[in-house]
Design a protein around this ligand. Sequence first.
Ligand code: F0G
Length: 320
Amino acid sequence: MDPLVTLEEGDTPLIPSPALSERTGAEVWLKFEGANPTGSFKDRGMTVAVSAAVEEGAEAVICASTGNTAASAAAYAARAGLRGAVIVPEGKIAAGKLAQALMHGAKVIALQGNFDQALALVRELAERQPIALVNSVNEYRIEGQKTGAFEVCDQLGEPPDVLCIPVGNAGNITAWWRGFREYDVAPRLHGYQAEGAAPLVHGAPVENPETVASAIRIGNPARWEDAMDAVTSSRGEIRAVSDAEILEAYTFLGAREGVFCEPASAASVAGLLKHPVEGRVVCVLTGHGLKDPATAMAQATSVIPCEPEIDAVEKAVFGA
Ligand code: F0G
């Protein structure tokens, strides 16, 4: 594409997970998408979508978002010299993501409604105004995000047996399946939704989705059919995990593997722990833990206050 709007996204680490391998009996790897420039997998798709928007002469981009798409769209719009507008559910996005969208100079609109309403509204707005819609309903997003599948196959030297992935609006599972198909491989895709936001598991939209994993607080995924096709064609499954299971996986990854992802990302690991499988498994960790400090602080142990004296420090460090 010309010009190419890039922040050098992709090429993220595939990290072996000894602690999860021991717990599950499988050979577990973590694809750490939090290592992308804005801290989530969205960058893989946004480089293509924003480059296409520039090529097509757009002056502005817009998206609805639970936070990460907003951060990524804002960054790539800034990079391209386009105006950016993002519509997010008021009070329901993690602090880091909001900070990112604002720092990149996007117009941030807090909708008194949820993600599904925001997406319906931006789709309508994009019909009325000359503005490029960069949600994953945009094919360029899928084309970019499918590169995750290529990378995992290249990094392992062969495809995994199973890929575990969190599912919200269902663009990413759609993209990974497309990538695997283009590589002519077919690992089983195991998609995981949060229990309070699991329309694909229940087979019906959820009007008021709720979960601690704010990134996947979505009740009516835009890529519904594509996601179900990915699951059935790959002989995979789509299942729900509870908030408690998500938080347990989230804490375990941080404490035992040194890998800090955001809660939504940990849904892939929570799913694997709940439904163990055999063979070589890759869990996609979609976003960085630093994006959501509030959830981290609520889970972690508290800090220990200490006087600036050696005895006090010794007691603080070595005491029970
Ligand atoms: N994990 C994270 C960290 C996400 O931000 C998202 C989606 C997903 C998983 C699910 O991916 O929607 O393609 O099924 N975030 C979108 C956003 C909705 O607005 O940032 P999906």
